[in-house]
Design a protein around this ligand. Structure first.
Ligand SMILES: Cc1ncc(COP(=O)(O)O)c(C=O)c1O
Length: 396
């Protein structure tokens, strides 16, 4: 078995990395410090992708691009191999990002003043898609039951039944709570949406990052009715850390929905373009990098275990939620009795830890932090020590 390099961190200051430059902006610096924020991994990209792109550049011209059949077949094969979902290549629309796709869907399938449902707390750009387009948030708040986030189905159904609710943006697996929705949960969601004419945009950008013991189900693969009532957003950008190449795969089986979606893209963008290197990187990754991905999942899982074990022992006041999928650990610091903005300051300025503050995901996230665990394990131990030493000074 090939062993990849997951130890070398490239210090990305000044290379145009949003994650690193933001950390510097907050003054969190130091030779031994890496960011634990934004869903972007601190691993070198798979060599199969890097070398493949070099070969491609040597033999190509970087002019205007269009999605090739090779790219589309790779996406279709990936969905079949990894997710047991058989798709037609014509269902695939490329997009510079999943955020672009759910913004487009909100504009194409709802009108101003109409309701878009989210299961909150949730990935914050989903709120932007609603507010910036003058739509109304239909807030289905997740509930914590026995330490695990669950869907409040009574509330979900009540809100889906409201005639003003037109669209659900489903985050699956769920960022930031780390839940991998079970097939049964997805069936209930889908059934309620079909019965109430609520279109489902299933953001499955994290669907390849599933921890051992859990299983992701593609929402649209459950049955024909869900297939015809959904837009599935996938991408190689989280799975292989290729977000900078702006290529995601938006899978829309229903012809009418697909055409309405594309019409909105053309209206908004004029002449939609795609990234020639992104398409090639996606193809290279899906065709060649499963082993790399398995190794990444193992490291993230190991990091999760180390953090869980340490915090349970040393800082039991922090409540942890099992990271079933994604590489983002959701942690509740409210038990420490520190005001949430002060907590954020302490973590950055004193502990020199750069997490994502929970309140950006919705008000339920105040006092929570999200830790990106896709990094070499050697950075986890000193971070935990700094966390413990700093918080011990502040604990009431
Ligand atoms: C749930 C979710 N959706 C979408 C995105 C961003 O997607 P893109 O970069 O393709 O717009 C992220 C990035 O963290 C995410 O976590």
């Amino acid at each position: 078995m090939k062993q990849y390099d997951f130890e070398t961190v490239i210090r990305r200051f000044g290379t145009g990395s949003g994650k690193w430059d933001e950390m510097a902006k907050y003054g969190v610096t130091g030779e031994d410090i890496i960011p634990f924020s934004v869903a972007d991994m601190e691993f070198k990209n798979p060599p199969e992708v890097v070398d493949g792109l070099k070969r491609f550049i040597d033999n190509s011209v970087l002019g205007y691009a269009m999605p090739t059949e090779a790219y589309k077949s790779s996406v279709a094969n990936w969905m079949r191999r990894r997710h047991e979902w058989k798709i037609e290549t014509e269902w695939i629309k490329d997009s510079p990002g999943v955020i672009n796709a759910f913004f487009t869907a909100v504009k194409a399938f709802t009108k101003e003043g109409e309701g878009v449902m989210l299961m909150t707390p949730v990935y914050y750009p989903m709120y932007f898609a609603i507010y910036r387009n003058n739509r109304v948030l239909v807030d289905n708040r997740l509930i914590i039951r026995e330490g695990r986030y669950e869907i409040d189905f009574d509330d979900f159904e009540k809100k889906a039944k409201h005639p003003n609710t037109k669209l659900l943006i489903l985050c699956s697996p769920h960022n930031p709570t780390g839940r991998v929705w079970t097939r049964e949960e997805l069936e209930r969601i889908g059934r309620i949406c079909v019965e109430n004419d609520v279109l489902v945009v299933s953001d499955e950008i994290h669907n390849d990052l599933i921890m051992p013991g859990y299983r992701h189900t593609v929402f649209a693969s459950i049955c024909e009715e869900f297939l015809q009532n959904s837009i599935t957003c996938t991408a190689p950008s989280k799975t292989f850390n290729l977000a900078g190449l702006q290529t995601s795969n938006i899978i829309i089986p229903n012809k009418e929905i697909r055409e309405a979606y594309w019409k909105e893209v053309c209206t908004t963008e004029g002449n939609p373009k795609c990234n020639i290197l992104g398409l090639e990187a996606c193809r290279l990754a899906y065709d060649n990098c499963e082993e790399w991905l398995e190794q990444v999942i193992n490291i993230v899982h190991k990091n999760h275990g180390i953090v869980k074990e340490f915090l349970r022992r040393e800082l039991p006041q922090i409540r942890l939620f099992d990271m079933e999928g994604t590489y983002l650990l959701w942690m509740d610091f409210n038990g420490l009795g520190i005001e949430y903005r002060e907590l954020a300051r302490i973590l950055r300025e004193e502990a020199r830890l750069f997490f994502d503050d929970g309140y950006i995901f919705g008000d339920q996230g105040a006092g929570y932090e999200r830790w990106n665990l896709a990094c070499p394990t050697k950075y986890i131990y000193p971070a935990l020590d700094r966390l413990k030493d700093t918080l011990n000074k502040h604990m009431k």
